[in-house]
Design a protein around this ligand. Sequence first.
Ligand code: PBG
Length: 322
Amino acid sequence: MAFPIHRLRRLRRTERLRSLVRETRITPDAMIYPIFVGPGKGVRKEISSMPGQFTLSIDRAVEVAREAEKLGVGGLLLFGLPPHKDETGSDACDESGIVQNALRAIRQNVKDLTLITDVCLCEYTSHGHCGVIKHRDVDNDATLKLLAESAVSHARAGADMVAPSDMMDGRVAAIRSALDREGFPNTPIMAYSAKYASAFYGPFRTAADCAPQFGDRRSYQMDPPNAREAMREIALDIQEGADIVMVKPAMPYLDIISRARRLYHVPIAGYQVSGEYSMIEAAAKAGWIERDRIVMETLTAIKRAGADILITYYALELAKTL
Ligand code: PBG
């Protein structure tokens, strides 16, 4: 007795009706815009592997932050490109490191914007790995101390939230206890919980010059075929004190987002990473796809799968047009 009683086309007749019954919406306040901050003054240099995205000196990052505030963007995610890299990534913990200086400058000029920092060593180490190297391997426990120190230095410089992306075991607990000890019990942690060892980070590594100089990240980032293991990663991060968990990349891992949504009751962020962005840009440039529709469709898919928060290089642009 379905047809002709039921005609699903009734509610698809006009844009007004479609919009009335729309189940998933993209809004600027639930989007986070990642930016790359580097040395210099007046610098706004396009990233060759990510057309339309730029490395910014601190003064120009302040301008972007002002714009993001005005447009009601949900937050900025700051990545630092330090002037010097070394074995232990010391700029990551330096009170006057690149991200710490950027935070203070932005905070001074922009009040109503959530500032989130990527906490990882790979942008700061000469070897490009996300931790301290011992015997040609990333030493988990030795890295925890540095990550905690880095997170605290970010909080001191004005970060509203920290986002560890290194995939060391126990980093959320280490960061939580360091933040609490140093007087930041109210600074939330957004953990890159299910972060896969993905080729989709390629364009980012060009931008941050952080490709590992030997080996790869497979001994700490997750193996792409594994889904149950992602649930373990997420469960552990929640136990350790993560306030928000993240799945990354996003579109190739919608099943992971969807499973996590059903199993856990914390906010979930989906990170549409550099490779996802650059593939859209390249195909659009070639005239093969309708760029704007693809952007909305991909981001909608990530939200529909269960992400509450979208981390995307399109955040600023969409905040202007939505
Ligand atoms: C740092 C980090 C990476 C990304 C976010 N944080 C690179 C990596 O793990 O190699 C990737 C972001 C993107 O591709 O947009 N660990």
